[in-house]
Design a binder for this molecule. Structure first.
Ligand code: EPZ
Length: 420
């Protein structure tokens, strides 16, 4: 099992280029099932999850060309009508986002068998909203031996759907399916993350008739078929937030580039409330070590609120404040696994239910720590960068799922970090 070893307290000086968004890439890859023509995705991050989604799609008859992924961050996906519509358990269990093939398969092949993704470290993460919404388009579902089996013999038909709660994945699944349903589909209470807007932009370039309306509504006119396109994936706003926090907690000055500032307004607001100043340019910013003494109350919320995927990273920054802050995790039921590990490194974070009180601490010291989920593991990296001494982070495969070339990007700026 690979580990990452970090010797802390090195100043970070240099430039970090942000990669394409993991959470935009995955639904965009699944959208390749909606057409026989080739989808070319540029600015695709070379991450474990991209390869996992590629394997799932390959098992469904999509030709996944990743020969230009490492050098040019480009992948090409071409779906060949095949008799395979089964997404196997041993692939799906590796990555819950595999559930995003459900809507496209149902729309294209009128049937699909996808393993239940199962929970993960941060929560049960059911898919009931995906299933119920697709059923409204005419999907007939049943659950057998841990698999979701569904079919729509006479194809999908447009419908008026109100999602019972805001769900990123369910919104993506239902929008993809509705692009090929007969007639009009109106979906309300949709998630509006930038990754969803990016997916919609790509689906429209493929010939989809999609109109985003105000107050979380979208109108879709079904079409008979979609064609191929070339699409450039938006930058990863969670990676941006992660490295801005790295710049705020370490000595030196970091320049971060390839930023879409519209996507991180909620993060910039939190930084502003903490009195952290950033030197913004058109698509980059510079950030120096920032001594914070203010305290804030943060609630993780659906976009445009503060992202749950930055909650763990924010705790490291708030631990350095001279005053206590509060973070409430409102999206997932168990997303504080990083807290015991951070406390072992010297943090002083108290959990009561879904509320974490981050109290001042006298700095971090290196330790052997365990990564549990993608974002928790990167919060341990952040703490290690400022910890006294050496930290070893076990189970770094979590990191490889969501951060392209993490140790290269940090080492290039002077961090003492290596993979063993
Ligand atoms: C997406 O997950 C992201 N993953 C997550 O990022 C992110 O944390 C999450 O959205 C919230 O922003 C990808 O985009 C691949 P949800 P998703 O459906 O779609 C409940 C990362 O680190 N729910 O918006 O699974 C669910 O349990 C990952 O990159 C149901 O109850 O999130 C959760 O509590 C982690 N039933 C809440 O809704 C359903 O059918 C939000 O989940 C679906 C969801």
């Amino acid at each position: 099992m690979e580990k990452i070893v970090i010797i802390g307290e090195e100043p970070l000086q240099g430039t970090i280029a942000i990669s394409g968004s993991k959470n935009a890439s995955l639904p965009l890859m699944a959208a390749s099932i909606l057409t026989d023509e080739t989808i070319t995705l540029n600015n695709t991050p070379n991450l474990a999850d991209i390869h996992t989604m590629g394997s799932v799609l390959d098992s469904l008859g999509v030709n996944f060309d990743k020969t230009r992924l490492i050098d040019n961050n480009q992948i090409q996906l071409t779906y060949k009508e095949s008799n395979r519509a089964l997404a196997e358990y041993d692939l799906v269990r590796k990555m819950r986002a595999s559930i995003l093939v459900l809507g496209p398969l149902l729309a294209r092949k009128r049937e699909a068998t996808v393993s239940m993704p199962g929970g993960c470290a941060i929560g049960a993460r059911p898919v009931n909203i995906h299933v119920d919404a697709l059923a409204k388009l005419g999907g007939e579902f049943n659950l057998e031996k841990g698999y979701i089996k569904c079919e729509a013999k006479s194809g999908l038909k447009g419908a008026k759907i109100k999602l019972p709660m805001i769900s990123v994945g369910a919104t993506e699944n239902i929008i993809m399916a509705a692009t090929l349903a007969k007639g009009e589909t109106e979906i309300s209470n949709i998630a509006i993350e930038p990754e969803i807007i990016d997916l919609i932009d790509c689906l429209k370039a493929m010939g989809g008739k999609i109109e985003i309306q105000p107050d979380r509504k979208v109108l879709i006119q079904g079409v008979d078929e979609l064609h191929g396109t070339t699409h450039t994936i938006i930058p990863d706003r969670i990676e941006v937030g992660t490295y801005i926090i790295a710049g705020a907690i370490t000595k030196g000055e970091l320049e971060i580039k390839n930023i879409n500032f519209e996507h991180i307004e909620n993060l910039l607001l939190a930084f502003d409330n903490l009195g952290i100043d950033l030197l913004k340019d058109k698509d980059s910013l510079k950030i120096k070590e920032s001594n914070i003494n203010k305290s804030i109350e943060l609630d993780t919320k659906e976009y445009p609120g503060f992202p749950t995927d930055l909650q763990a990273q924010m705790m490291v920054l708030l631990s350095l404040s001279k005053n206590s802050s509060v973070i409430r995790e409102n999206i997932f039921e168990n997303r504080f696994m990083h807290v015991p590990e951070l406390n072992r490194m010297g943090a002083n974070i108290e959990i009561i239910g879904s509320q974490a009180t981050v109290k001042p601490c006298s700095g971090f010291s290196g330790a052997q720590v365990m990564a549990t989920d993608l974002r928790a593991s990167v919060s341990l990296v952040l703490a290690s960068l400022i910890a006294k001494g050496e930290t070893t982070i076990n189970r770094v495969y979590h990191l490889d799922r969501g951060y392209e070339k993490l140790e290269d990007k940090l080492a290039a700026c002077g961090a003492n970090i290596k993979r063993v």
